[in-house]
Ligand binder design. Structure first.
Ligand SMILES: Cc1cc2nc3c(=O)[nH]c(=O)nc-3n(C[C@H](O)[C@H](O)[C@H](O)COP(=O)(O)OP(=O)(O)OC[C@H]3O[C@@H](n4cnc5c(N)ncnc54)[C@H](O)[C@@H]3O)c2cc1C
Length: 587
């Protein structure tokens, strides 16, 4: 098959905050930059981020980056790499100002400074009183950011391939990444994009769970591409369940709602967080609040006819605060629940939200992977940033407001390092035919109609399986059964029915490709979780209820081949300050 080719200095797969912040850096330096996105760029999931982005600006209360760093290390349950965390927390401050200058319309305090709100896990003075660190544009921060970044890219003449689906990376025998095979969704025509360096910025994979805050497009495509290129995935057992999803629907109610003074109650009207986090209450770290809600429901104190959720109260805040600071939440409640949060409490339950794990990188965004069973090496020319990457700054649990920060800081860091890479590697490497054939075979696999069951049916089973076998509380027995079931389900994808894709804009074929990716990242999650025999952050084992630093202060690495697990040490040494040694985590 002869496939048309385009050549660029840099290829960026994904047009969320991470991809666009990297692209802006590269295009601003007059390089030829291609950004591929399966949806129109401003529909990337970053657009849905509500609450805000953390930076120790100290606009409301005293603050500094070192306290932010402490909170992030503690929030990560000591699994985060402290060099990367120090870098991120320091960079947060110039990053937010840079965004402000790029045109993000942040909300304002009366003083005219950027508005900041309280979020979970934030403290002053290394674990003292609540800090106020999350910079917000009402409850639509991601929307404001993504549009500003897109406009900056238009100005810098970034070349956008909108509604193109990346199928697979192109890799030569020496392991160098030479671009990607992509598919124009509308026409079904493949295209080879050859690049000197490539960034994966494809976001998360919340669609692997039945109830999730994530968009339909969050299917872990980039992570699965990395796995197929021989790169392991790191810390995949750590998947964050956000405490406040709309019960049964999964739509997110931002942590900002509790930051503005909202709180949770059970069927008896008790403010139950008093029992689980006496000091931080409703603003304890997310894993703590999610477990508390799940426990209340499990022990019979849930609300509603089925006693299957708890309530988030905002009505005491007054119509003015709710309307001005949480307008998007008010819209969601009116549209999806037919209630007014300024008058009635919101039914909520934890919902799958965020992947702490992903493609292993260093703090320059370079993908690092063990060569076979050997030591770690940089994969030449390959970068990853954003939710699909694992730097790791979130360790076992991410703090609210730290993901928008992560995508901006490490998106930019990757862009900067790619500039350097291009200086040292100014020419395209030859693209061997075998590399093209390998990527094209993945496409050919789905180039048929098939008569079997629908993609949607198999996908629904996968999502239910993950929810039943790998959610807030976990045990060996339940997860081992999940792995076996997933192996069987994986087989069934071969037989799925693909309708005549020339007439349905490839939807069935694209969905099959996405499902294939979801199966891989689902398996990575289940296997990593099965093998980690301790409870840490978001990974909560009923059979191993304690954190075990002696045996498990290490990152997991899942390899697709043979579902193999490897491990590597946590980088506990920061760049300039003293390490924060592991302590018991109380809020
Ligand atoms: C509802 C919600 C609210 C949130 N609120 C906050 C918040 O207030 N604060 C905070 O810090 N974090 C928040 N988060 C988390 C944060 O928004 C995300 O982690 C972050 O925006 C991810 O950005 P990204 O650039 O990595 O990926 P995304 O924004 O998800 O973008 C991924 C891009 O990859 C492209 N892509 C994927 N696969 C392919 C493929 N195969 N081919 C081509 N293109 C592909 C997509 O088209 C898209 O452009 C929230 C998340 C959700 C779901």
């Amino acid at each position: 098959m002869s496939i048309p080719r385009r050549h660029f200095d840099a290829l960026i797969i994904g047009a969320g905050g991470a991809g666009l912040n990297a692209a802006r850096r590269l295009a601003g330096a007059d390089l030829r930059v291609a950004v591929v996105s399966k949806v129109f760029p401003t529909r990337s999931h970053t657009v849905a981020a509500q609450g805000g982005v953390n930076a120790a600006l100290a606009n409301v209360l005293p603050d500094n980056w070192h306290w932010h760093m402490f909170d992030t290390v503690k929030g990560s349950d000591y699994l985060g790499d402290q060099d990367a965390i120090e870098y991120m927390c320091r960079e947060a401050i110039p990053t937010v100002y840079e965004l402000e200058h790029a045109g993000v319309p942040f909300s304002r305090l009366d003083s005219g400074k950027i508005y900041q709100r309280a979020f979970g896990g934030q403290s002053q003075d290394f674990g003292g009183d609540q800090a106020v660190r999350t910079c917000a544009a009402a409850d639509r921060t991601g929307h404001a950011m993504l549009h500003a970044l897109y406009q900056q890219n238009l100005r810098a003449r970034t070349h956008f391939f909108d509604e193109f689906f990346a199928i697979d990376l192109l890799r030569d025998d020496e392991g160098c990444i030479l671009g990607a095979l992509v598919l124009e969704i509308e026409t079904g025509e493949p295209l080879i994009i050859e690049s000197k360096t490539t960034l994966i910025a494809t976001g998360g994979y919340g669609q692997v769970y039945r109830t999730t805050t994530n968009a339909y497009i969050n299917t872990g495509d980039g992570m699965a591409m990395a796995l197929r290129a021989g790169v392991p995935l790191q810390d995949m057992e750590f998947f964050q369940f956000h405490p406040t999803g709309v019960a049964g629907k999964g739509i997110l109610i931002t942590e900002g709602a509790r930051g503005e003074g909202g709180y949770l109650i059970n069927a008896r009207g008790e403010r139950f967080m008093e029992r689980y986090a006496p000091r931080a209450l409703d603003l304890a770290s997310r894993d703590v609040v999610s477990r508390a809600i799940a426990t209340e429901v499990r022990e019979g104190r849930g609300c509603g006819e089925e006693a299957d959720h708890v309530l988030l109260k905002l009505d005491h805040l007054g119509r003015d605060v709710v309307g001005r600071r949480l307008p998007g939440i008010s819209d969601i409640c009116r549209t999806f629940l037919g209630l007014d949060p300024a008058e009635q409490p919101i039914p909520i339950f934890p919902t799958a939200h965020y992947a702490m794990g992903g493609i292993p990188t260093d703090r320059f965004g370079r993908v690092v992977a063990p060569a076979g069973h050997g030591p770690e090496e940089i994969v030449p020319g390959l970068y990853a940033a954003g939710e699909c990457a694992c730097v790791s700054v979130h360790g076992a649990n991410r703090l609210g407001g730290n993901s928008l920060l992560d995508i901006l800081v490490f998106g930019r860091a990757a862009g900067t390092d790619m500039l350097q890479f291009l200086k040292e590697n100014p020419n395209h490497r030859p693209l061997p035919e075998a590399a093209v054939d390998k990527a094209a075979s993945r496409l050919a696999r789905w180039d048929r109609k098939g008569e079997g069951e629908s993609v949607a049916k198999v996908k629904a089973e996968l999502r239910k399986l993950m929810e039943d076998h790998c959610s807030v509380f976990r045990t060996r027995e339940v997860m081992a059964e999940g792995v076996e079931k997933l192996k069987a389900l994986r087989e069934r994808i071969e037989g799925v029915r693909l309708k005549d894709h020339s007439r349905v804009f490839n939807t069935a074929r694209i969905e099959a490709l996405e499902l294939d990716n979801l199966m891989d990242v689902g398996m990575a999650t289940l296997c990593s979780a099965l093998y980690r025999e301790e409870s840490r952050g978001a990974h909560s084992r009923i059979d191993f209820p304690k954190r075990n630093d002696a045996d498990w202060m290490k990152h997991s690495l899942y390899q697709r081949e043979g579902d193999r697990m490897d491990y590597k040490p946590v980088r506990t040494k920061p760049l300039t300050v003293e390490s924060f040694p592991p302590k018991e985590r109380v809020y």
